[in-house]
Design a protein around this ligand. Structure first.
Ligand SMILES: C[S@@+](CC[C@H](N)C(=O)[O-])C[C@H]1O[C@@H](n2cnc3c(N)ncnc32)[C@H](O)[C@@H]1O
Ligand code: SF4
Length: 352
């Protein structure tokens, strides 16, 4: 089975004059906003208890951007090319009244897509309010349908059923299509890949498999723990034949595959084995207002200081244009045996 993407030119297109691009001619198109560094799960690959235990110091309230500050920054990003916002965390639904922020962001002129990534634990309670606030769709993370496996991964004894109830509530509220993210770790949950594929195919929900990544420095990442996306696709293809599908747009993170019988699609996010830096159009804003131009960045740029320093929107936009204009990150393409140990921002700070 060939890969549909390979048949397409992967080199960046010549930039339109006026479009903000970086040194590799990648436009700024997506912004991921982390609204909290806290989470009610302790996924072993993201916030292991040994690091994020009782003594861990999370951000103080005063350090976190207010909804007004976040919206102001988001508006400036949209005025400079961003078309898609993803709200994330930590766990975004633990941020008090997060639906109010969604309503404020949904009103930004020029924004084309607004979505949330959540662990689903509070979704049953929040789905309708999120929809009413203007959210269009949602991504829910779920690493297995096997309770023992899932609980060992979220490490807070959270049962599968309650995440499934959240997904159901999201569907009923009209937050569709619901996408489901599964991080695959060898020897931990990879034996449940087929069960997940079957389950979500039957329901017409899009399942995306994420290669376990060396984000941050807390998760003890080893290359041996990564199940390559190619292997996942081969396993599913053997039972439920697949064919590659073209990306929906430039910079789409997931490689898409359709079931040949027309029963839906899946995606793989192969940041380790098939890096997609050449098409990366994403910026990430942490809850304390730092801008990261790469998921694997070692440091962020302090936009909160600029914001709280009394600058005008035009001055903040100028800082953003200058930061993006200098961007040359391509960590995944440069990944080597030495890079996992570099100091990197934790996933729970910038939300994936
Ligand atoms: C950091 S979480 C934040 C949003 C929310 N708490 C959730 O879990 O969906 C965003 C996504 O990153 C994924 N993720 C976290 N750590 C990862 C890692 N080391 N490798 C690959 N994906 C990871 C999670 O599974 C989730 O789908
Ligand atoms: S992946 Fe999401 S749910 Fe799991 S610990 Fe990280 S932020 Fe929390």
């Amino acid at each position: 089975m060939s890969d549909g993407r390979r048949t397409r030119a992967r080199r960046p297109a010549a930039a339109d004059p006026g479009v903000l691009t970086d040194t590799l001619r990648r436009p700024l198109h997506d912004l991921r906003i982390s609204v909290t560094d806290r989470c009610n799960f302790r996924c072993t690959y993201c916030m292991p208890k040994e690091v994020f235990g009782r003594g861990f110091e999370f951000l103080a309230r005063s350090e976190i951007l207010t909804f007004e500050e976040t919206t102001r920054l988001a508006r400036i990003f949209v005025a400079n090319g961003v078309r898609k916002l993803r709200i994330t965390g930590g766990e975004p639904l633990v941020r008090k009244d997060v639906e109010q922020l969604i309503a404020m962001l949904a009103g930004i002129e020029g924004l084309e897509d607004l979505t949330v990534t959540t662990n689903g634990s509070l979704l049953k309670r929040k789905a309708r309010a999120l929809k009413q606030a203007g959210l269009k769709r949602i991504t829910v993370s779920l690493d297995s349908l096997d309770n023992g496996v899932f609980k060992s991964m979220n490490d807070v004894d959270f049962p599968v059923e309650r995440v499934l109830e959240g997904i159901e509530a999201a569907e009923q509220a009209g937050l569709s299509p619901v996408k489901v993210n599964m991080v695959v770790k060898r020897g931990i949950n990879d034996h449940t890949v087929l069960q997940m594929a079957r389950y979500f195919r039957e329901r017409g929900q899009i399942l995306r498999f994420i290669e376990f990544m060396d984000v941050g420095n807390a998760n003890g990442w080893r290359l041996d723990d990564v199940v390559p996306a190619g292997e996942i696709i081969a396993r599913i293809n053997a039972e439920m034949p697949l064919e590659p599908a073209y990306p929906n747009y430039r910079g789409e993170v997931a490689r898409r595959y359709r079931y040949k019988d027309g029963s839906g699609e899946i995606g793989v996010i192969a940041s380790v084995t098939q890096p997609f830096c050449g098409d990366c159009t994403r910026a990430r804003l942490s809850a304390d207002g730092r801008l990261y131009t790469c998921l694997f960045a070692t440091k962020g740029h302090d936009l909160r200081a600029i914001l709280r320093g009394g600058r005008t929107d035009a001055q903040i936009a100028e800082s953003l244009r200058s930061l993006w204009g200098r961007r040359d990150d391509r960590y995944s393409e440069l990944r080597s045996s030495a890079t996992p140990d570099l100091p990197k921002v934790e996933m729970s700070r910038i939300g994936g």
